[in-house]
Design a protein around this ligand. Structure first.
Ligand SMILES: *[C@@H]1O[C@H](CO)[C@@H](O)[C@H](O)[C@H]1NC(C)=O
Ligand SMILES: *[C@@H]1O[C@H](CO)[C@@H](O)[C@H](O)[C@H]1NC(C)=O
Ligand SMILES: [Ca+2]
Length: 361
């Protein structure tokens, strides 16, 4: 693979996946959109173009990865390149491996498609620990967060295959309430600012932005993870059913990530293990039409990663019981409102009836 200049875009001839919302005629839509955008400000239904950026992508035949200093990707720890994959860890105990991009990414809006495979001899929940996809300030730093350092700065998306918290509670003969129990493997996203620690014993619950379960182990078909960062909105989707369709995992607005961070993938095994393979990392640049206001927002540079209203987000997630109460009150007051309206209606009607009767005589 030849080195590609920064401004050299490669237009994908066809999108590798069927997505539920696809622009039918991009040019036509764009023309209309530009027309609309020029007349009113923002348009939520953002159509866009995507370009594969080879310098941030990793795919077969992984030429030079791990051996040549000129490669865009660098290996670390137990990671190994074969003809079919970059194996971050083999199915052996206490391994740790990583592959890191050498080039900081300065794109505003991007999308990462991760083709990965997690497989091993262990039966369900006798395997571990999982892999992570990163966009962080730090690179090539060994540590406890799926093989990357703790208190990292930036975004981590984890495919956690071992339920630490559940096993710990089980050992203490405590049980989860069904409401809070989650099924593993679990995909989870976290934004770190350099001082936030990942709680491994609790599978990252205290700092999670959101997540979803994903039965990704020992599957015959291909499995994909999709991370999109557009207009400060973070979206994670998975395609693990072999249907070539993306399933929503999390979608969070107000995620502030600085530019110039590095993409990477890491994995770790402990007492329990798995093969953690990366088949490809494809990074697409997204070109998005922005309103004037958004342009101005884009101007103010982000230096520390953060998430708007993180506390509110956490509140909404942890107190799922609250939503049942909220639903009850909504219904209750709706019914109350209806009764009130009916009574008012009846009163008005009877008055009107009365006056009509009076007029009649
Ligand atoms: C990082 O986030 C934590 C928790 O939200 C906050 O208390 C802390 O001040 C932040 N640190 C920086 C450097 O912004
Ligand atoms: C991470 O940050 C926490 C609290 O901010 C601190 O207690 C801990 O020592 C830090 N860990 C590392 C590895 O720097
Ligand atoms: Ca775990």
């Amino acid at each position: 693979m030849a080195a590609v200049g920064r401004n050299c875009h490669f237009r994908e001839t066809k999108t590798p996946f069927r997505r539920k919302k696809m622009p039918f005629n991009l040019h036509w839509t764009l023309t209309v959109l530009i027309f609309i955008a020029s007349r009113c400000s923002a348009d939520e239904d953002h159509e866009m173009e995507e370009f594969l950026k080879r310098e941030y992508s990793l795919s077969k035949p992984y030429q030079g990865v791990g051996s040549l200093g000129s490669s865009h990707w660098e290996l670390m720890g137990d990671a190994m390149v074969t003809t079919d994959q970059v194996r971050l860890t083999p199915d052996k105990q206490s391994r740790q491996g990583a592959v890191w991009s050498r080039i900081p990414c300065h794109l505003n809006d991007w999308e990462m498609q991760v083709h990965f495979k997690i497989h091993g001899q262990g039966k369900k929940n006798l395997n571990g620990d999982g892999l992570a996809i990163w966009y962080t300030k730090e690179r090539m730093q060994k540590g406890p967060v799926f093989g990357h350092m703790d208190n990292f700065t930036g975004l981590g998306v984890f495919v956690d295959t071992y339920p630490n918290e559940e096993k710990q509670l089980e050992a203490q003969k405590k049980r989860y309430t069904p409401r809070t129990q989650r099924i593993f493997p679990f995909v989870l996203a976290m934004v770190g600012n350099g001082t936030i620690s990942y709680d491994h014993e609790r599978d990252g619950r205290p700092t999670e932005l959101g997540g979803c379960n994903a039965m990704v182990r020992n599957l015959k078909h291909d499995t994909f993870l999709f991370i999109r960062y557009i207009r400060r909105r973070l979206t994670v989707m998975i395609d693990i059913d072999g249907q070539h369709e993306w399933r929503d995992c999390l979608d969070i607005p107000g995620v502030r990530l600085p530019k110039g961070y590095y993409f990477g993938a890491t994995a770790v095994t402990g007492d329990l293990s798995d093969n953690h393979d990366i088949i490809s990392l494809k990074l697409y640049q997204l070109t998005v039409l922005r309103s004037k206001q958004e342009e101005e927002e884009q101007e103010e540079e982000i230096t520390i990663p953060s998430v708007d209203n993180f506390e509110l987000l956490r509140l909404g997630q942890t107190d799922e019981g609250m939503s049942a109460v909220a639903i009850f009150f909504t219904v209750f007051f709706s019914i109350l409102g209806c009764i009130f309206l009916i009574v008012i209606g009846l009163v008005v009607y009877s008055h009107w009836h009365e006056s009509r009767r009076k007029r009649f005589y």
